[in-house]
Design a protein around this ligand. Structure first.
Ligand SMILES: NC(=O)c1ccc[n+]([C@@H]2O[C@H](COP(=O)([O-])OP(=O)(O)OC[C@H]3O[C@@H](n4cnc5c(N)ncnc54)[C@H](O)[C@@H]3O)[C@@H](O)[C@H]2O)c1
Length: 253
């Protein structure tokens, strides 16, 4: 399938476990990928490597953009640069996210602020600025990565769960505001996936608590998420807006 020929896709936190899988899947379907990364540690090198790898493997033009999604000015200039470089922006995947875990009554206020800043403010700034070219084009797809934790709750994840539930409310409002402009807004809520932030979960907790709680009895893989994003961002999903698609092996049903 080549559903993304001529489409420009921005993925935030695109060097991460799920982000890089989404980037490769959409590039394989013909998309030009704007690879967002925050310029810390070795992420610039990883972003440039992903850019090169996708160009060699799938052809097309892909480009890495440094921006901290918690800083509105950085987000706004990243999106202006993407439109300058590619001429348009068709799909935004709000993927950047972190989880910091403490029980609610011990949760440090500064960690709460950090999680809200990245998971919620970051997705809002990216959406707000992506809507500028999308409204002009009268075409766009906004997909925010929520989580089953935003639906069911999970002990120790008060800030994370709050942001992931808030993304659902944000998405429904945006979906209504732009429904007649050719733009859809949806959330994808992954369950427990064998990549990214799940790598921080201790093996014993994963094997004895998490996996037995999944009706299908195993973790999802990055392909399960990337393929669902590819559907939601494509014209196959053109009449779907304001929805939450759980990709979770039955966890949140
Ligand atoms: N892995 C899972 O099981 C799972 C389940 C449900 C939801 N999710 C969600 O999927 C998304 C991707 O998570 P992942 O598992 O791939 O984790 P990950 O840690 O591999 O990826 C997260 C990415 O976000 C980036 N990021 C963090 N702060 C940023 C900032 N200020 N600006 C720009 N980028 C920033 C990180 O550098 C990283 O590349 C997250 O929103 C996460 O909450 C993951």
């Amino acid at each position: 399938m080549n559903r993304y020929e001529g489409k420009v896709v921005l993925i935030t936190g695109a060097t991460g476990g799920l982000g890089s899988a989404i980037a490769r899947t959409l590039a394989e379907e013909g998309a030009s990928i704007a690879i967002n990364y925050i310029n810390v540690g070795d992420l610039e090198t990883m972003a440039k490597e992903l850019e090169k790898e996708m160009t060699v493997k799938f052809g097309g033009k892909h480009k890495a953009y440094a921006a901290d999604v918690t800083k509105e000015e950085e987000v706004s200039s990243m999106i202006e640069n993407i439109v300058k470089d590619f001429g348009r922006l068709d799909v935004l995947v709000n993927n950047a996210g972190i989880s910091i875990n403490y029980t609610s009554w011990k949760y440090p206020a500064e960690e709460w602020q950090k999680v809200i800043a990245i998971n919620l403010n970051g997705a809002f700034y990216c959406t707000k600025h992506a809507l500028i070219p999308m409204r002009e084009q009268q075409y766009g797809r906004i997909i925010s990565i929520s989580s089953v934790v935003g639906i069911t709750g999970a002990r120790g994840t008060v800030a994370y769960g709050a942001t992931k539930a808030a993304l659902i409310g944000m998405t429904k409002t945006i979906a209504r505001e732009v429904a007649q402009k050719g733009i859809t807004a949806n959330c994808l809520a992954p369950g427990y996936i064998n990549a990214g932030i799940m790598n921080n979960v201790p093996d014993k907790f994963r094997d004895e608590d998490v996996i037995p709680s999944i009706p299908m009895g195993h973790l999802g893989d990055t392909d399960d998420i990337a393929k669902a994003i590819a559907f939601l961002g494509s014209d196959d999903a053109k009449f779907i807006t304001g929805q939450v698609l759980c990709v979770d092996g039955g966890f949140a049903m």
